[in-house]
Design a protein around this ligand. Structure first.
Ligand code: TYM
Length: 336
């Protein structure tokens, strides 16, 4: 079997980037006959960026409903909340003790914060918590806990998966006595959607406020699409599909035949307003049914809760004995 694992941080409303970069490929992969998938809500990670409990709870509900609405089969996959698995923070400590500080100094998310502080003439560490600095170690614990082979993610997470590999390798070397305690994971990236652009052409991201929510109403979808930045070419003038992020968004949700047709129309001078209409129709078609399921699911938080608790129990069947093995390997008492 191939073990596949991925998570989403519970700090906001899922957007098209999360869907195309992680959720859609993960669900497709989970349907393979030999797939054993572990998908989770990264709510410990959420604490790193967010100190608003209500927002974390709301986001968790939204992300859980999203996975199910998008067709995740929770009887086949293991679907859980990170914070329901106490083995994860414990493994995180074991890994913290072998993770190099120099390695973590190079993590993009941490470095970007340092660079920003320096640029603004502030103390380099201003506002930076140990949570942010150690973020990749917690993510390594998520991945290594379940010995995932494949981790479907967007491009922004590749470095973290590589760090999980490095940390796992070091742990194997120190404590494995010639045996591979941890499977070394690999990021799985879909090139075309690895960095889905947002409304302004930068990476679609909550922190840039340029997202298209996955399950907003048809009106919200239309309004978001209206805000997509285009060049100032007039109706009738040829548009260059390859420099248009509107086209990139279209591409991420269409068949090759639809893409070829849209490309030809843009080259032939389709008005941007009409092009936006086409994108709206496309997304509304692709997401409409799932959106309805989503709105039903989100009204049933107690059912979602049951699903998550059952998922956690299933995940811990793997995590509990494995953590005991790891405790013994490093010289701690096993809980057995
Ligand atoms: P997060 O919550 O920021 O994003 C969730 C997933 O969505 C992908 N993504 C994108 N993909 C393509 N284009 C975009 N514009 C875009 N924006 C976001 C992200 O790459 C990610 O795959 N640290 C992780 C959560 C996490 C995790 C893990 C992932 C915690 N532990 C273990 C995998 C394995 C995060 O914050 O993703």
């Amino acid at each position: 079997t191939t073990r596949i694992l991925t998570g989403i941080t519970t700090t906001g409303t899922p957007h098209l980037g999360n869907y195309a970069g992680a959720i859609r490929p993960a669900i497709v992969a989970s349907r393979a006959a030999d797939a054993d998938s572990f998908y989770f809500l990264a709510d410990y990670h959420a604490l790193i960026k967010c100190d608003d409990p209500a927002r974390i709870q709301r986001s968790r509900l939204e992300i859980a409903a999203t996975w199910l609405a998008c067709g995740l089969d929770v009887n086949k996959a293991t679907f859980y909340r990170q914070s329901d698995i106490p083995e994860i923070p414990e493994l995180c400590w074991l890994l913290t003790c072998v993770a190099g500080k120099g390695l973590l100094n190079r993590a993009h998310a941490y470095k970007a914060s340092v660079d920003k502080n320096v640029e603004q003439g502030e103390d380099p560490d201003a506002g930076i918590t140990m949570g942010l600095f150690s973020y990749p170690v917690l993510m390594a614990a998520d991945i290594l806990m379940f010995n995932a082979h494949k981790v479907p993610v967007g491009r922004d997470q590749i470095q973290h998966v590589e760090m999980a590999r490095d940390i796992g390798q070091r742990f194997n070397h120190l404590f494995g006595q010639g045996k591979e305690l941890f499977t070394l994971p690999e990021a799985v990236i879909e090139e075309e959607v690895a960095t889905l652009p947002g409304l302004d052409g930068r990476k679609m991201s909550k922190s840039y406020d340029n997202t298209i929510p996955l399950f907003g109403s048809a009106k919200q979808l239309k309004d978001a699409i209206a805000r997509i930045v285009t060049d100032s070419k007039l109706p009738g003038e040829a548009k260059d599909p390859d420099s248009s992020h509107l086209f990139t968004l279209y591409q991420a949700f269409s068949t090759p035949a639809q893409q070829a047709e849209f490309r030809a129309e843009l080259l032939a001078g389709l008005a941007w307003g009409e092009a936006k209409n086409r994108l709206f129709q496309l997304l509304d078609n692709e997401l409409g049914e799932a959106r309805e399921r989503y709105h039903t699911l989100i009204e049933q938080p107690a059912d979602l809760e049951d699903i998550l608790l059952a998922g956690a129990a299933k995940a811990r069947k793997t995590a509990t004995p494995f953590l005991n093995e790891l405790r013994e390997a490093v010289g701690l008492r096993s809980f057995k």
